[in-house]
Design a protein around this ligand. Sequence first.
Ligand code: ARG
Length: 251
Amino acid sequence: MKKAIIALCTLAVLGSLAQARTWDQIKASGTIKIATEGAFPPFNYFEGKKLTGFEVDLGTAIGKQLGLKVEWVTQPFDNLLIGLNQDRYDFVIASHGITPERQKAVDFSNPHYCTGGAIVSKVGGPKTVADLKGKTVAVQVGTTYLENVQKVAGVGSVKTFPKDTDAQAALMAGRVDVWVGDKFSALDVVKAQGGKLQLGSLLFQERIAMAVKKGNSSLLKELNSSLATELSNGTYAKLSNQYFKMDIRCK
Ligand code: ARG
């Protein structure tokens, strides 16, 4: 037991001492390792065994534009930034909103899209922030949805789920009154449920960005410049139209 604890502590210390790969090291290796969740459609998800989605295509385009081979890693959402700080991969693209709290732990790129957290319920259910009074709300754990729902006074209870799709399922099963999730995901879910669900108001707005390990400024610079290229050369517009039928870049 004691040995196991010492081993764990050593791992934690070694992890925190390890250096993230700089841009020069990544370039020399020829491969960039990108992490995402793989359970957040239409941004990052699995189609059978194939990892796909707007952020997966965008991340792959960025890696290729940088002249690298791309290797994808998937992790539960709540582990992504922890693994980043343990140097398990070079950057994360998983719909993280830029928040002051997260900025203490990691460095964010320029935003790759702008969105908001939306209130979704069954037809006839809560639609506005005021309607949330006394209601049960489902959100994915570790998200800005949780943080923002907790700020609303009078909410009955908040239930957290490991995956966003589990929170949606709880709404469909009638185990909660409301699901708060991304407005673009919500548009798809509402459409897929064919008249059973309704999209209410936005609880908050956010800017979504890629994350690198804190202090990895050489990689951050390359990611920002590659993103700028994709935004201006038509690649971003094409992918955005493919997944959303509109351009979701920050205006
Ligand atoms: N945008 C929200 C946040 O910043 C949710 C992100 C969830 N991402 C995911 N891959 N499940 O917390």
